[in-house]
Design a protein around this ligand. Structure first.
Ligand SMILES: *Cc1c(COP(=O)(O)O)cnc(C)c1O
Length: 345
């Protein structure tokens, strides 16, 4: 990896961040009259912990890492945006990703006027690391990989990811939004071996908490400090911090929901191929299935008329004719199967 200083935007490297009242004093006291808060209406009169230490301690326990390697944001989308803003100079630098993949990498790059390059996956949705590495130039600062990948549902091969980590001198971001549904292990335990690695996770999928907006980035303490420097001081509100801690303290509930979703995924894996309009079902390491059907637009419209909304991926690279179907409750999956079986071609 290049020196971090040579990768980061100079203005960010030299930035003196905003220092809030909660940054300057933390500890025990009986009278807090330092932040111009209303003294009534407790506890929501108080600003939340800007660094979310209690939450990071719990996340660290769950993921086997220390709080100083964790950034918490308003969804992983905040981390994606901050990474681009920390490393990429407007109208000069670029980021690289795979195609098809999660749309936010490209949108965030566009919002920040940063170049976006994408490399098509192979027809089996695997990554050719050398084709990807060949797209790097002196202005490439970040590579986004998503594994398991959305919308293709596959985990990228570990040796291909290592090839990218070892073959690129910039930052490699692995988006693990779906890692809990996968049989492959997370890259978080390998942060110490790869100083250029950033891993993204979220409470939005397996933890069932998309509504509270909480995403995480795991990386070296040096990279995490940069993100903390440029984030909004109170980027994660008090209600979200409280609810997240409550959810993370009920890991057994998440595991139980996970077992249910994985059992339903297996069921769909055996039943969907028997449906007349289904031409191909791709293996899934996530909580959704990518399904190629006879006529994706017609099937999508038919399902909408039945009150069932799936994601039409017909216009996405390598996904012509495909629908992306999230695993629902057993009842919802039954409704879906019945509707598909009743559809006249
Ligand atoms: C759903 C999803 C996320 C989650 O984003 P949040 O902002 O944390 O809700 C991140 N990455 C991918 C690839 C996703 O599919």
């Amino acid at each position: 990896m290049k020196n971090l200083k040579d990768l980061v935007r100079p203005n960010v490297w030299n930035l003196k961040p905003y220092s809030s009242a909660r940054d300057e004093f933390h500890g025990e006291a009986s009278v807090f009259i330092d932040a111009n808060e209303n003294p009534f209406n407790t506890p929501y009169n108080r600003y939340p912990d800007p660094m979310q230490w209690e939450l990071k301690k719990r996340i660290g326990e769950l993921r086997g890492t220390t709080p100083d390697t964790i950034f918490i944001g308003n969804g992983s989308d905040e981390a994606i945006d901050l990474l681009i803003r920390a490393f990429c100079e407007l109208a000069t630098d670029n980021v690289l990703s795979i195609d098809p993949s999660y749309g936010m990498y490209e949108v965030s790059a566009n919002v920040n006027h940063v170049g976006f390059r994408k490399v098509r996956l192979q027809s089996d949705f695997s990554l050719d690391p050398d084709t990807l590495l060949a797209q790097i130039d002196a202005q490439t600062k970040l590579i986004f990989l998503c594994s398991p990948n959305n919308p293709t549902a596959n985990t990228l091969k570990r040796e291909d990811i290592y090839r990218v980590l070892n073959g690129f001198e910039g930052i490699v971001v692995i988006d693990e939004a779906y890692i809990d549904f996968s049989s492959s292990p997370s890259f978080v335990p390998e942060l110490a071996q790869h100083p250029n690695l950033v891993v993204l996770q979220t409470l939005s999928k397996a933890w069932g908490a998309a509504g509270i907006r909480l995403g995480m980035a795991f990386a070296s303490p040096e990279i995490i400090s940069l993100l903390n420097k440029i984030k909004y001081p109170y980027n994660v509100n008090q209600l979200t911090q409280e609810k997240a801690l409550e959810i993370l303290n009920r890991e057994a509930d998440m595991k139980e929901q996970l077992r249910n979703i994985l059992a339903e995924r297996s069921l769909l894996e055996t039943t969907l191929p028997q449906v007349a309009c289904v031409k191909e079902l791709y293996p899934s390491d996530a909580n959704f299935m990518l399904v190629r059907v006879e006529d994706a637009n017609a099937t999508y419209e038919y399902l909408v008329r039945q009150g069932i909304i799936v994601r039409n991926r017909n216009n996405v690279t390598l996904c012509e004719g495909c629908l992306r179907i999230t695993i629902g409750t057993p009842e919802e999956n039954t409704v879906l199967l019945k509707a598909l079986n009743d559809m006249s071609l």
